[in-house]
Design a protein around this ligand. Structure first.
Ligand code: ATP
Ligand code: MG
Length: 293
């Protein structure tokens, strides 16, 4: 089932006030031990053509449960289109997407989609925005509904702002609202398309940290598109590097480094990973002959 807020895009973020791992929200999601993590998503020979334009083609990859997968690639190589395909909002012209072993045939609340653009409902206050999905799905009512909304507001540190309107919030706060709204319906996978792209460097760094903390508190799987190589290094368990359009997976880089990662003062290993990403992607950046966006 799709959520209107998810079809138009959302921004995810969080804050410093993430509760301890013993809170109900965490208990509800921690369903299996790390070693039990299996494959949650499998993409096989996926392609998408818009008329005569090949957005992406021959895409093959798998994602395991609770993995944090980053995707980088030149502008116009089909990253957003591919995320939309995984979300079930467009129809690939080739190949197959299996989610939990089942073919993706349309949007589903288990696959939340999050975009760079703010996508709050301007006519709802923060509390109602966060509760929107729960109301749509009739997932909770009465005091249980209020409890769940409050829990997610606390998760992103916005308890005091429950009655604010979107226009009264900063960009970072709006994204916290969006993350709370996305998390409230307990997606198994969050598909995030440059969610921090519009933020200043400091806010971006804070939200990266909080996203990792929330991800660590839950069993969520995240697929995160970014143009920022440092961001991929900070966030990802693995990075997929795409070619120019039609986008293909060019290289896969595992980031097997402990967290938190100090990307401001990178180790030799981090520098090496950044270099691998640069080598993979910079050579794909637009040429004057019109590849790319
Ligand atoms: N609905 C559509 N109809 C026609 N063409 C489309 C549509 N959506 C995307 N495209 C085209 O598909 C190609 C890939 O677009 P997409 O937005 O997926 O790229 P991207 O990798 O996300 O780029 P960016 O990094 O700039 O966000 C582009 O050439 C774009 O013009
Ligand atoms: Mg895009």
């Amino acid at each position: 089932m799709s959520l209107p807020g998810q079809t138009t895009g959302e921004n995810l973020a969080a804050t410093n006030n993430v509760p301890a791992a013993s809170t109900p929200i965490v208990a509800a999601r921690k369903s299996c031990a790390p070693e039990a993590h299996g494959e949650i998503l499998k993409v096989s020979n996926l392609g998408l053509t818009f008329g005569t334009l090949h957005a992406y083609e021959g895409i093959e990859f798998s994602v395991r449960e609770h993995e944090f997968l980053c995707i980088i690639g030149p502008s116009g190589c089909g990253k957003s289109s591919m995320l939309m395909s995984i979300a079930g909002h467009n129809w690939p012209t080739a190949g197959e997407i299996l989610f939990g072993g089942q073919p993706v045939r349309g949007p589903d609340v288990e696959r939340g989609l999050v975009f760079q653009e703010y996508a709050l409902f301007l006519w709802m206050n923060v509390f109602d925005n966060v509760g929107f999905g729960l109301r749509m799905l009739r997932a909770a009512t009465g005091s249980e509904y209020r409890r769940q909304v409050e829990e997610h507001l606390a998760l992103v540190g916005l308890t005091e702002f429950a009655h604010y309107w979107p226009y009264q919030l900063s960009g970072g706060m709006r994204q916290r609202v969006a993350i709370a709204r996305a998390l409230a319906v307990k997606p198994r996978v969050l598909l995030m398309d440059e969610p921090f792209g519009a933020l200043d460097a400091l806010t971006r760094r804070a939200l990266q940290q909080e996203l990792v903390r929330i991800w660590q508190l839950t069993e969520m799987t995240i697929i995160f598109v970014t143009h920022n190589l440092q961001e991929a290094l900070y966030l990802g368990d693995r990075v997929l590097c795409m070619t120019r359009r039609p986008g293909r997976i060019k290289k896969e880089i595992a980031i097997d480094l402990p967290r938190p990662r100090d990307v401001e003062d990178p180790s030799e290993e981090m520098k090496q990973i950044i270099k691998e990403m640069q080598d993979a992607v910079y050579s794909e950046v637009d040429s004057p002959r019109g590849h790319g966006a």
